[in-house]
Design a protein around this ligand. Structure first.
Ligand SMILES: *[C@@H]1O[C@H](CO)[C@@H](O)[C@H](O)[C@H]1NC(C)=O
Ligand SMILES: *[C@@H]1O[C@H](CO)[C@@H](O)[C@H](O)[C@H]1NC(C)=O
Ligand SMILES: *[C@@H]1O[C@H](CO)[C@@H](O)[C@H](O)[C@H]1NC(C)=O
Ligand SMILES: *[C@@H]1O[C@H](CO)[C@@H](O)[C@H](O)[C@H]1NC(C)=O
Ligand SMILES: *[C@@H]1O[C@H](CO)[C@@H](O)[C@H](O)[C@H]1NC(C)=O
Length: 496
């Protein structure tokens, strides 16, 4: 039992030992009172990280003491019988340590620290010994726990020494990561609470919400009217924010996945489902599946150019064609696994948008708001996302949402760029999909749905937005470092 007791005492002293390191201590003064007791005053460095570590270790030591006292009761009946063997075990472990001194690896030259390590190892050996003796009983369980705690304490100690060696910066980063996760967690909790107490349903075309919250499971409507070989295409509703624009459009590309030639219009959802009462038009000059319909006009990339084309749907006439300045085309920077979608049009509550990339943006996604009458660019924003790394994007209430593929069955909306303040953030909203590739992705403000063309199938998702709370503006959550880039605030990143 001796080594364990010493261990506990030393654990409590540990903070002082560690603080004995010169770079950690700002001031330290000793004095001895008359009865020979040594008093030590330590001025701790102003580092919350270290203090947290120390507090953790101290509470661990306290726990250990409590646990140990409990163990003592259980173990006392075995103690007598095994005392001799225990001493033997201790001797063995100590001789081993003497024979093999580099197990301590001299991270700390402080004798007390080394002693502590020695004693932790001794305690480990001892508890293992006790455990074998105790057999399968409640004592064995408790001893097992104790052993684990001793191992943990030993690990923490080594870790603490290591991380000190590696400097505080690394530790700080780890704490930041945890902090980020905590923030994320809180945010999720908030969102969950918000969904448990949903506000009134969002009126069509309304932006009175706090951004996208979640996406429903997909509802698969039907295979496109041209058949399974037409894997690429797009479909949707007129994205003008008007509840009384029941126009649905379906535009499967040619089987080559590039050439946009035919489309159909249905005047109601029922007609669409029944495949009846449609108008079918031949277009013959579109490129890719980035087209969209806004206020009864279809906008798309004119084949083989950087031009925007605008077609009046009531007569299928090309009313305007105009180059999009700087836009790359001919599959230069399309989306991942969706080729030829150089110009991706989007309509939402705030207007008509085009998502594309330029040489100057180095392939990063550029968002431009268009004047729907003249097709002139009114304003542009450059995002931090490389367009060919995304699987698609859409606009809702002036916010760009970008997707990436997680697997053949799941997509993630992982990035948002708000054009009202130029801020970007990372998020994680998962979308199930039936087949692998989402081609056309079009948002409709009228019903807050996302219309997706999934390898030939028409499907949609219901979008849920966060209800606005009177007080908003919590600090942006710090994100863990890793495959996701930390959010950067991009201000005044506007292009000409
Ligand atoms: C340490 O702190 C004491 C009391 O604040 C002070 O008198 C002493 O000069 C300090 N020593 C050093 C080395 O800073
Ligand atoms: C010296 O310090 C110890 C521990 O704080 C205390 O118990 C003892 O009474 C002190 N002796 C004197 C003479 O102050
Ligand atoms: C200690 O650090 C905290 C946060 O880093 C800071 O707010 C505080 O003013 C510092 N205190 C001293 C005495 O330097
Ligand atoms: C020891 O650490 C592991 C991993 O951190 C943990 O799961 C376990 O609960 C700890 N054991 C005790 C007794 O604290
Ligand atoms: C589009 O441009 C025209 C001509 O410059 C202008 O009269 C009109 O107000 C603009 N439309 C919008 C929605 O800004």
């Amino acid at each position: 039992m001796q080594p364990v007791l010493t261990l506990l005492a030393t654990l409590l002293l540990l903070p002082l030992v560690l603080l004995g390191q010169p770079q950690l201590v700002r001031n330290l003064s000793n004095s001895m009172n008359e009865s020979g007791t040594c008093h030590c005053t330590v001025h701790l460095p102003n580092s919350s990280v270290l203090l947290q570590q120390l507090e953790q270790l101290q509470s661990m030591a306290k726990e250990l003491i409590g646990e140990y006292e409990q163990q003592l009761l259980w173990a006392s009946k075995y103690a007598r019988a095994i005392e001799e063997q225990e001493n033997q075990a201790l001797e063995i472990s100590q001789t081993q340590e003497i024979r093999n001194p580099n197990t301590i690896t001299s991270l700390y030259e402080t004798p007390a620290f080394n002693l502590l390590l020695l004693e932790l190892e001794g305690a480990q050996a001892l508890t293992a010994e006790l455990k074998t003796k105790a057999g399968a009983s409640r004592t064995a369980d408790l001893l097992h726990q104790l052993q684990e705690q001793v191992t943990n304490a030993s690990l923490s100690l080594k870790l603490l020494a290591d991380s000190d060696q590696r400097s505080f910066r690394a530790l700080q980063q780890e704490v930041d990561v945890l902090q980020g996760r905590l923030n994320e967690c809180e945010r999720e909790k908030e969102q969950e609470q918000a969904s448990r107490h949903p506000g009134p349903p969002l009126p069509p075309g309304s932006c009175a919400h706090g951004g996208l919250q979640k996406v429903s499971r997909p509802l698969v409507l039907q295979l496109n009217w041209r058949g399974i070989s037409h894997k690429a295409g797009a479909w949707g509703r007129d994205s003008a924010p008007s509840p009384d624009s029941p126009l649905y459009w379906v535009a499967p590309l040619r089987a080559d996945g590039r050439y946009f030639d035919y489309y159909r219009l249905h005047k109601s959802y029922d007609d669409l489902v029944m495949l009846k009462n449609y108008e079918q038009w031949k277009m013959g000059y579109g490129d890719g599946s980035g087209n969209t319909v806004y206020k009864n006009f279809m906008y798309f990339n004119y084949y083989g150019t950087s031009d925007i084309a605008k077609v009046d749907l009531s007569s299928n006439t090309l009313v305007l064609q105009r180059p999009l300045p700087g836009a790359t085309y001919n599959n230069r920077f399309s989306y991942a696994s969706v080729p030829w979608k150089d110009l991706d049009f989007a309509g939402d509550e705030k207007g008509l948008w085009v998502l594309y990339a330029t040489e100057e943006s180095k392939g990063n996604l550029v968002v431009s708001r268009l004047n729907a009458s003249t097709l002139e660019v009114e304003e542009s924003w450059r995002t931090s996302q490389y367009k060919p790394a995304l699987s698609g994007a859409f606009m809702a209430c002036g916010v760009l949402y970008a997707l990436r593929s997680l697997s053949t069955r799941q997509e993630e909306i992982f990035y948002a760029f708000d054009t009202t303040n130029g801020q970007e953030r990372h998020l994680s909203i998962l979308l199930d999909k039936m087949l692998e590739t989402l081609h056309g992705i079009n948002y409709s403000p009228s019903d807050h749905r996302l219309y997706v063309y999934n390898d030939g199938y028409l499907m949609y998702y219901d979008l849920t937005f966060l209800t606005l709370k009177p007080t908003l503006s919590r600090p942006a959550a710090k994100r863990p470092s890793g495959d996701r880039a930390p959010p950067r605030v991009v201000k005044s990143n506007r292009l000409q």
